[in-house]
Design a protein around this ligand. Structure first.
Ligand SMILES: Cc1ncc(COP(=O)(O)O)c(C=O)c1O
Length: 455
C-alpha cells in the first residue's frame, strides 16, 4: 500500500501550456465574478484544478504539478488516498448522518484516538472545521476552570469565527478593517520568534525567561485574574512556520500550572504527523490540557476534533457534543482511515527522515543566497524567510510574490505567504520529489536575486 502514489507521480511536472493556461484563466475569471474575498495566492496565480492523486495535482489545461501544499496542509496523506477515499465512499453509501448517536465507525475512531494521543488525552468531541473545534476548546476551558479570560499571541491563527478570531492576529490593517475582531477578555502577547527576538540574553540568543516573566506580569496586571487558558499554536503555521525555542513550552506549561491556567494547544495545522509527531507539542515533551485537530485529521474530509484530559472529561457535559455534521459516519471513517494510514505506512518516520534532509538543504541554501534571512521547520512544516538585507532583516515581500509565481510556473503547486515561503508537502513524499520541489524553489530564488541585482 505504501507506494500507491508512485506510478502516478512519474514524469511530474508535466506542463502543456504555460500556467495558468487559457482554460484556467477563463474559469477563474468567471468564478471570481461571483466568489469574493479570494486569497492572495489565488489572485497571484489563478489556476483551476480538476484532479489530484498522491503528490500531484492537475489543472483544467492538462498541466500536472508537484504538490508542495497538501491543499492547505489538509491532504497530508496524498490526494485521494485509496484507503481513505474507500472508507468515505463506504459510509456515503450506507449511513451519512446519525446526529451524535454512536455508530460502529465512531466507536473505533474513539478507541484509536485514545490509543495514539499522549498522556490521558481521551475525552473527545468532533466538529467539522478547525475554528469550531477551537471554539469548543475555549468553551471547554471555561467549563473546566470556571474562568473566562484567554491569552493568545501575535501572529497566531486559530480560525474565523468570533472567539477564534479573538485569539488570532490575522485581521488587521486596511484590508480587514471591518470592525473590532477581539471580544472582551481576549488578550494578545508576543511569543518568541528565534529569528526576530524581542528579548535576548547577553550572548544575543533569545531569552525565553523574559517572555515568561512578561506573561507572569501580564496575568497579574493586564487581566482581571480570571485567565482560563493560553490558546497557542505549537508552531505558527500561517504566521510562517515559526517554531519557538525548545524551552518555551515546558516553561509556559509550568507557568500555567502555577496559575491554574489551561494550555489549549491548537494542532489544527501542525498536528497528526506534519512535524513527525502526532502532536507538534510532543517535540517539547509537553502534554497540553486541551488539543484541537483539523486539516490532516481527515485528509481532506471536513472532520475536526477537540480533546481534553480524562479528568476534565465530565466538564464537557456542560458544552454538549451535538453538532449537525460533527462525527458523521463519513467523517469518522475519514479520520480513522487517516490515523491507520499514518501507522501502517510509517508516515512519522518518513516525515522525520525526509524533513531532516530538507532542513539540511535549506541550511545550505541560507549560506548561498543573500536574500534568505532564515530557514525554519520540523518535519514537513517548513519555511524560508526572505529579507532585503541579512543585517537589517527587512522583510522582502516582493521577492516572496515573485518566487511563488516563478516556482508555480515551473510546476510546483504551493502556498507561500508574503515574504515567508511556506512548504507543506504531503507526508508521503520521498526524498527524490522533495528535492525536486526544493530545486524549483531554489532556482526561483536565484532568478529573483538576479532580477533585483543581488548576484
Ligand atoms: C492553527 C489553526 N487553527 C485553526 C484554523 C481554522 O481552521 P478552519 O479553516 O478549518 O476553520 C486554522 C486554519 O488555517 C489553523 O491554521
Amino acid at each position: 500500500m505504501k507506494d500507491w502514489w508512485k506510478e502516478s507521480a512519474s514524469g511530474v511536472p508535466e506542463l502543456i501550456t504555460e500556467p495558468p493556461g487559457p482554460k484556467s484563466r477563463a474559469m477563474h475569471k468567471n468564478t471570481a465574478k461571483y466568489m469574493k474575498g479570494l486569497s492572495s495566492q489565488v489572485k497571484l496565480f489563478p489556476v483551476c484544478f480538476e484532479e489530484g492523486y498522491g503528490i500531484t495535482m492537475t489543472d483544467v489545461d492538462g498541466n500536472r504539478y508537484l504538490d508542495f501544499s497538501s491543499g492547505i496542509y489538509v491532504t497530508s496523506l496524498g490526494h485521494c488516498h485509496p484507503k481513505i477515499s474507500e472508507a468515505i465512499a463506504h459510509w456515503a453509501k450506507k449511513l451519512m448522518n446519525a446526529h451524535d448517536f454512536t455508530t460502529p465507525v465512531k466507536e473505533k475512531l474513539m478507541e484509536k484516538m485514545a490509543a495514539v494521543l499522549p498522556g490521558n488525552l481521551n475525552a473527545i468531541q468532533l466538529y467539522s472545521d478547525g475554528t469550531t473545534a477551537v471554539e469548543a476548546g475555549i468553551r471547554a476551558a471555561r467549563a473546566i476552570t470556571g474562568k473566562h479570560e484567554f491569552i493568545s499571541a501575535y501572529r497566531d491563527f486559530h480560525g474565523k469565527t468570533m472567539a477564534s478570531v479573538s485569539c488570532a492576529q490575522m485581521y488587521r490593517g486596511e484590508v480587514h478593517s471591518y470592525g473590532p475582531t477581539r471580544a472582551a477578555g481576549f488578550y494578545m502577547v508576543p511569543r518568541p520568534d528565534p529569528y526576530r527576538p524581542l528579548w535576548t540574553k547577553n550572548d544575543g540568543t533569545i531569552d525565553t525567561d523574559a517572555y515568561i516573566s512578561f506573561y507572569e506580569n501580564f496575568i497579574k496586571e493586564g487581566t482581571v485574574g480570571n485567565v482560563a487558558g493560553f490558546v497557542l499554536e505549537p508552531a505558527q503555521g500561517w504566521g510562517g512556520s515559526i517554531f519557538p525555542p525548545d524551552d518555551f513550552f515546558p516553561k509556559l506549561k509550568k507557568l500555567c500550572e502555577n496559575h491554574n491556567i489551561l494550555l489549549l494547544d491548537d494542532e489544527v495545522l501542525a498536528g497528526m504527523g506534519r512535524t513527525g509527531e502526532w502532536l507538534a507539542l510532543s517535540h517539547y515533551n509537553v502534554v497540553p490540557d486541551i488539543v484541537t485537530f483539523g486539516k490532516s485529521f481527515g485528509n481532506g474530509f471536513p472532520v475536526t476534533a477537540m480533546v481534553v484530559r480524562e479528568e476534565n472529561g465530565e466538564a464537557l457535559e456542560k458544552i454538549s457534543a451535538s453538532s449537525s455534521y460533527g462525527g458523521n459516519p463519513m467523517a469518522c471513517a475519514a479520520a480513522l482511515a487517516s490515523i491507520e494510514v499514518i501507522e501502517e505506512e510509517g508516515i512519522l518516520e518518513n516525515v522525520r527522515t525526509v524533513g531532516r534532509s530538507i532542513m539540511d538543504r535549506m541550511n545550505r541554501m541560507k549560506e548561498d543566497h543573500p536574500i534568505i534571512g532564515d530557514v525554519k521547520g520540523k518535519g514537513f512544516l517548513l519555511g524560508i524567510e526572505l529579507v532585503k538585507d541579512k543585517t537589517t532583516k527587512e522583510p522582502f515581500e516582493e521577492a516572496g510574490k515573485l518566487v511563488y509565481q516563478k516556482a508555480f510556473r515551473k510546476g510546483l503547486a504551493w502556498i507561500p505567504a508574503g515574504h515567508i515561503l511556506r512548504m507543506s508537502p504531503p507526508l508521503i513524499m520521498d526524498e527524490k520529489y522533495a528535492n525536486m520541489g526544493m530545486d524549483f524553489i531554489e532556482e526561483s530564488i536565484s532568478e529573483v536575486e538576479k532580477e533585483f541585482g543581488y548576484k
